[in-house]
Design a binder for this molecule. Structure first.
Ligand SMILES: Cc1cc2nc3c(=O)[nH]c(=O)nc-3n(C[C@H](O)[C@H](O)[C@H](O)COP(=O)(O)OP(=O)(O)OC[C@H]3O[C@@H](n4cnc5c(N)ncnc54)[C@H](O)[C@@H]3O)c2cc1C
Length: 467
């Protein structure tokens, strides 16, 4: 087969949320642009829905995205990976040897699962969770007689996997070296009730324990040995391990190209420009800064990737726009609890040199006399320096994303505890606590009270106003 050479105005490398959003936005703004996208996998995925497909809540094919999301725009989609690249010359060779030159390159290669350097981690029955192949391997294991699964990593991905396997009737072990689940989302006090819930629902939770090694029999894991000397056995023929210990940027292809990078990925400015003219990047393959303290922070979320990609598209289309930074609003579920987190936890604030002021709010989620009125607990984190809100955590029996997003907006708009305590809210028996209170306002008032108690002599009239 002869090698094809083609020129395109814009070449997209990667077909995840960043690649798709960039393509759709750019084509909307500039329909005449010639765009080609390279993506190796058969279909793009709605990764967030994988645990619920594994659980069997719907046919797993529903997690596959339609290629038309790209091709309907008039862009060309090539199902191949970029294998060689010359970023200065804007020349890319795909896995079949075909050559593309472009005026603009948009890098959206995302992130891969981190594989920790543990002895035995190459065992055949160890799976990660991201791609269609991963999902199909996990489905095969679940459908073909797995009785026990060990999930390593109790972040949002690991915890959702553990619940899915348990729902399929497996005996599930969830292991993390941190002292709590969801350590990037919740402080200890907010995570604590979730430990009880996971255990009550039959998940064997082991915290503050590292995996020391994985033992194998004929290439398959049959024992996980933990740092405290205890171990968990597996039937190597049927059982499996899921590794969910984090993601690292997929940027190997771009090394030695003069592209500025750090451990979190390609460094871009607020317009998603790399240090090489005409080369843009967005999403999980990028390093970016926090919108709160402007220092680098990890933010490997689809809800970061999509807006970054839209900014890049606007800039490539000749319109100006800037990305304000990661705030990392995120959500997950632990059985009946709906969990939201945004900005800095108390622990993260301290790690970043900020002394936090904390407040809590707790109400029933509905009017207390309503059936199943549930509970909502909110923790608010502010900077002691100016009482500006820098974080929030929510553990609730109702969906937590709207409340999480309110706190994110407060952080983005620079509201102080006093500013957010003035939130004008709504109330109705089936949808909220009573008009007398709402948990976000209560948390802010609680934080302000405890701050004022300790700082009676300090008056902060100006910084307590919204900026
Ligand atoms: C199980 C799971 C659940 C998640 N749940 C949530 C959630 O609930 N909420 C949330 O906000 N985020 C969630 N995330 C994170 C979210 O999916 C990612 O942040 C998002 O997919 C990043 O988008 P992206 O386009 O930057 O990268 P990716 O989605 O990783 O896409 C990268 C694309 O680049 C392609 N690529 C890589 N190398 C090459 C190459 N050499 N040539 C061509 N193409 C290449 C890949 O094949 C892929 O198509 C979840 C992730 C996982 C794995």
């Amino acid at each position: 087969m002869s090698i094809q050479q083609s020129h395109t105005e814009v070449l997209i490398i990667g077909g995840g949320p960043a690649g798709i959003s960039f393509c759709r936005k750019l084509k909307k703004l500039k329909p005449e642009k010639k765009i080609t996208a390279l993506r190796p996998e058969k279909r793009s995925m709605v990764y967030c829905a994988i645990p619920y497909a594994l659980e069997g809540l719907f046919d797993h094919h529903k997690t596959l995205k339609r290629d038309e999301l790209i091709t309907d725009t008039g862009a060309i989609l090539i199902q191949r990976s970029a294998k060689e690249i010359d970023l200065q010359a804007k020349r890319v060779v795909d896995e079949a040897g075909d050559v593309y030159t472009a005026d603009v390159i948009f890098i959206a290669t995302g992130a891969r699962n981190m594989i920790p350097p543990i002895e035995g981690v190459d065992a055949k029955n160890i799976h990660t969770v991201k791609t269609q192949d991963d999902m199909e391997r996990l489905l095969l294991a679940l459908d073909n007689g797995a009785r026990r699964a060990i999930v390593i990593g109790a972040g949002a991905i690991g915890i959702e996997q553990a619940q899915a396997y348990r729902a399929r009737g497996l005996e599930v072990f969830l292991v993390d070296m941190a002292s709590r689940v969801l350590p990037a989302m919740l402080d200890e006090d907010m995570a604590e009730p979730l430990h009880e819930t996971l255990r009550t629902n039959g998940i064997n939770l082991t915290l503050s324990s590292r995996v020391a090694r994985i033992e194998k029999k004929e290439g398959k894991a049959n024992r996980v040995v933990l740092s405290k000397g205890n171990h968990i056995d597996l039937d190597p023929e049927n059982d499996f391990i899921c590794l969910a210990v984090g993601m690292s940027p997929d940027v190997e292809l771009f090394k030695n190209q003069g592209l500025e990078m750090n451990k979190d990925g390609i460094i871009v400015d607020s317009r998603m420009r790399t240090n090489i003219p005409g080369v843009y990047a967005a999403g999980d393959c990028c390093s970016f800064f926090s919108g709160i303290d402007k220092k680098p922070i990890s933010g490997k979320l689809a809800t970061n990737a999509v807006p970054m990609a839209k900014i890049a598209a606007r800039v490539v289309a000749g319109k100006d726009d800037e990305y304000p930074g990661f705030f990392n609003g995120a959500a997950t579920c632990v059985y009946d609890y709906r969990i939201g987190s945004t900005g800095f936890t108390k622990e993260l604030a301290r790690q970043r040199g900020i002394e936090p002021v904390i407040g809590w709010g707790e109400t029933t989620a509905l009017f207390p006399m309503m059936p199943n009125s549930g509970k909502i607990r909110v923790k608010i984190v502010a900077d002691v320096k100016d009482l500006r809100v820098i974080g929030g955590q929510i553990v609730s029996s109702l969906p937590a994303t709207d409340k999480t997003d309110i706190i994110t907006l407060a952080i983005q708009r620079g509201l102080t505890l006093k500013g957010l305590s003035k939130l004008s809210y709504s109330a109705q028996p089936w949808q909220s606590f009573m008009p007398a209170q709402t948990s976000i306002v209560q948390a802010c008032e609680n934080a302000l009270d405890s701050f004022m108690e300790k700082n009676k002599e300090i008056v902060y009239p100006d910084v307590l106003e919204c900026v």
